[in-house]
Design a protein around this ligand. Structure first.
Ligand code: COA
Length: 282
C-alpha cells in the first residue's frame, strides 16, 4: 500500500521473534476474522469494556469500527497506534500504543491482546518490548503506563518481566461487579537499564510527531563519514519543506573526501539510523 499520504502504514517494529505492523484494511480484516477464535477464557474478563462478549458477526463489525475510528481520529494531541502482531505470516493479535498530548507529556499508554492459540509462548512480552522500543527510542518518551485487573496473571506477568514499577490501583465496574485494576509505570531510566539492541524500527519518518517547532529539528544531523552536517531547515507555512518525514537534503561539506563514505541520519529524537554507503564525487 502506498503510504506517502498516511506514513503510519509503513511503520513496522521488528524483533528476531515477531513483527508489529501498523495495520492497513487488509490486516484489520484478517484480525477481525480471527476474533471469533477467542482471545481469553469466557469465564474471565480482562477488559473493563467487555467487547469480547459480542457474538459474531457483531464482534468483528464492532472491532473494525473501533479500529477505523482510532485511525480517523488520530491527531498529534491524541493518537493510538494499534499495531498488528505478526508471528511469521500469521497475524495473532494487537499491541496498542497510545499518547495524549504526547508533545507535552512524553508519556504513553499500552494495551494488548493475543488470540488464545498464541498465549503463553512469550509473544506478549516480546510485543510489549517492541512497542516500548518505539516509544522510548523512536519517540523519546519519558514514561510508559500500563494496567491490568488483579486477576489477569498473564498481563501482570508481561508487566513484571519488562520491569515496570507499581503506580497505584483503581476500582472499576466490570461485568456488573467491582474489579481492581493495578497500574504500573516504566520510566525512561528503568527502560534504559534493560534497553535491547535487537529491535528495529522501520518506516518511521525523520520528523517525529510533535516536532513542528524548529527547536527539536535543529538537532537533526546527517553524519557523512566522520563529519556531522546539520540539516538546513527550510520553513514553509505549517511546517518545513526540508526536512520532511521521508526526505531530507543536506550539503556535502568540502572536508568530505571524494570516494565511498558511510552516511547515517541522527533524527530529531536522537535515533541513529543504519549506515548507508554512498559515493561522493568531486
Ligand atoms: C496478556 C497477554 C497479551 C500476555 O501475552 P502472553 O504471550 O500470553 O504472555 P507471555 O507468554 O509473554 O508471558 C508473560 C509472563 O507472564 C507469565 N504468564 C503467562 N501466562 C500466565 C498465566 N496464565 N499465569 C501466570 N503467569 C503467566 C509468563 O510465565 C511470563 O512470565 P516470565 O517471563 O516471568 O516467565 C495474553 O495472555 C492475552 O492476550 N490475554 C487476553 C487479553 C488480555 O488479557 N489483554 C490484556 C488486558 S490488560
Amino acid at each position: 500500500m502506498t503510504s506517502e499520504l498516511w506514513p503510519f502504514f509503513s511503520l513496522r517494529i521488528t524483533t528476531a521473534r515477531l513483527e508489529l505492523r501498523y495495520p492497513n484494511d487488509e490486516v484489520l480484516l484478517a484480525l477481525a476474522r480471527a476474533l471469533p477464535e477467542g482471545i481469553h477464557d469466557p469465564a474471565t474478563m480482562p477488559f473493563s469494556e467487555p467487547w469480547t462478549r459480542a457474538e459474531s458477526p457483531a464482534l468483528e463489525h464492532n472491532a473494525l469500527k473501533f479500529w477505523w475510528s482510532r485511525r480517523g481520529s488520530l491527531s498529534p494531541e491524541s493518537w493510538s497506534l494499534p499495531f498488528a502482531v505478526f508471528d511469521g505470516d500469521d497475524v495473532v493479535g494487537v499491541q496498542d500504543l497510545m499518547g495524549k498530548e504526547f508533545a507535552i507529556t512524553r508519556a504513553v499508554l499500552t494495551g494488548s491482546w493475543l488470540l488464545q492459540r498464541a498465549h503463553g509462548r512469550g509473544i506478549g512480552k516480546e510485543m510489549r518490548a517492541a512497542v516500548l522500543h518505539l516509544a522510548f527510542d523512536g519517540l523519546g518518551a519519558i514514561e510508559a503506563y500500563t494496567n491490568a485487573f488483579e486477576d489477569n496473571p498473564a498481563s501482570l506477568g508481561v508487566t513484571r518481566a519488562i520491569g515496570y514499577e507499581p503506580n497505584g490501583s483503581s476500582l472499576h465496574a466490570r461485568d456488573g461487579a467491582t474489579a481492581r485494576s493495578l497500574e504500573f509505570v516504566l520510566t525512561r531510566e528503568r527502560w534504559t537499564e534493560r534497553r535491547r539492541d535487537d529491535i528495529e524500527i522501520r518506516g518511521a519518518g525523520f520528523v517525529p510527531p510533535g516536532a513542528q517547532g524548529a527547536d527539536r529539528l535543529t538537532r537533526m544531523v546527517v553524519r557523512i563519514g566522520a563529519v556531522n552536517v546539520h540539516v538546513p531547515l527550510v520553513p514553509v507555512t505549517g511546517g518545513f519543506s526540508n526536512p520532511t518525514d521521508a526526505v531530507l537534503t543536506v550539503p556535502v561539506p568540502v572536508d568530505v573526501e571524494p570516494g565511498r563514505v558511510e552516511v547515517q541520519v541522527v533524527t530529531a529524537a536522537g535515533v541513529e539510523t543504519h549506515q548507508y554507503a554512498i559515493d561522493v564525487t568531486d
